[in-house]
Write a protein that binds this ligand. Sequence first.
Ligand SMILES: Cc1ncc(COP(=O)(O)O)c(C=O)c1O
Length: 443
Amino acid sequence: MKRRVIPFSPPDISQAEIDAVTETLRSGWITTGPKTKLLERRLAAYIETGKTNIDCNIDDAIKKYSNKVVCLNSATAAEELNFRIIGIREGDEVIIPAYTYTATASAAVHCGATIKIVDIQKNGDVNTHSPEIDYNKLSDLITEKTKAIVLVDIGGVVCDYDKVYEIVEKKKNVFKALEPDGTPLGDLSSQIQKSIGRVIIIADCAHSLGANRVFRGEKKYCGTIADFSSFSFHAVKNFTTAEGGASTWRKIKDVDNKDIYKFYQLLSLHGQNKDALAKARSGAWEYDIIGPWYKCNMTDIMASIGLVQLDRYDGLLKRRKEIIQTYNQLCNSMYISYLIHSTDFMESSNHLFLIRIPEIDIDRRNKIINRMSEYGVATNVHYKPLPMLSAYKNISGGIDKFPNAFSYYSNLISLPLHTLLSDDDVEYVCEVLRSVAGELVGC
Ligand SMILES: Cc1ncc(COP(=O)(O)O)c(C=O)c1O
């Protein structure tokens, strides 16, 4: 085997993204402005229709597509603002799966909530092998303090939202909605909680832009399934704006989308009632601050990368799918279990390729990772479960209480999956895995 260097997940930036950024830099407007607004509408159109090209300018897009997407500077910010909008605060409980990245949990902690961490299903979901929360444990955990459950679409594989909606509907009678407190945000949050009238379902869609699943009998894209969702556009994701993210939500009965959208803007821009573009208009300097809030807006530089990535996204997803098909064949031939990205009810966004080598412990798994890296192949582990991390050990009671998450993690390796891989690179990764696993494990 001739040695190659295979990075884990470099960004796929073409000349078109570079040209778009240059154009924005020269345009005279580089922070939040028309490009961010256009990206929001195009993303709204994408998650509503599955079409990446709405083929119209910003004025037409604003008329035609909903304002249910807000672009921000990260998924972590998007998730925290989702919690802030629905009124999560001290005294509330939020249910989180053990198998996820810290941001899923830390955003709830920032809002003062107590997090209730739940183990995953043994060996993951029966159809996709995705490390999904154990739905059977949810019902007993829901108390009158429970305000939200977060599901995580790991690797782009969409969770079983139908099941969670069914669980929270059944526990509707224990849900206690926030009362209005006379502040504009508190009153909006109360209106949202009262209208939903049950535990609110939040999706961490950091990996799952473009993924879809049959939900209530209909094919639905991530961002339109949970009550509130957050996406990540971080540099390692399928779709990137370098850093970046977005919040989306489903229509809430009797609550005006414009009010929700307005509060995301306020929360992300210091609580200031005019954004920089509005203030820059001649004579329009005066502003008010209606809450001491955050600064996590997306810039037009970032949005200009995103607009091009969206033009290219169908092609990027297609290439990921091809690579996954090759990896699937490899794993089948080696009797290795792997994340299933496509079923008759779900099409993932093909973000991560997780494999689990049978009968090995953490030490052996790490040896495989190290040996693959000697061959130049970078791999990863998604994820070290939250209860194993210092920040969550005490809150969760330790990893011994999460045997399924621990066992899933112990023999897991994430293979490189990105659109800069050539067919020869993919073949090389396969050869290296075959050789290293054969040598160290005999499979
Ligand atoms: C599952 C999950 N949630 C949230 C995040 C946070 O994303 P961001 O870096 O955009 O804040 C990540 C980032 O990797 C993630 O993997």
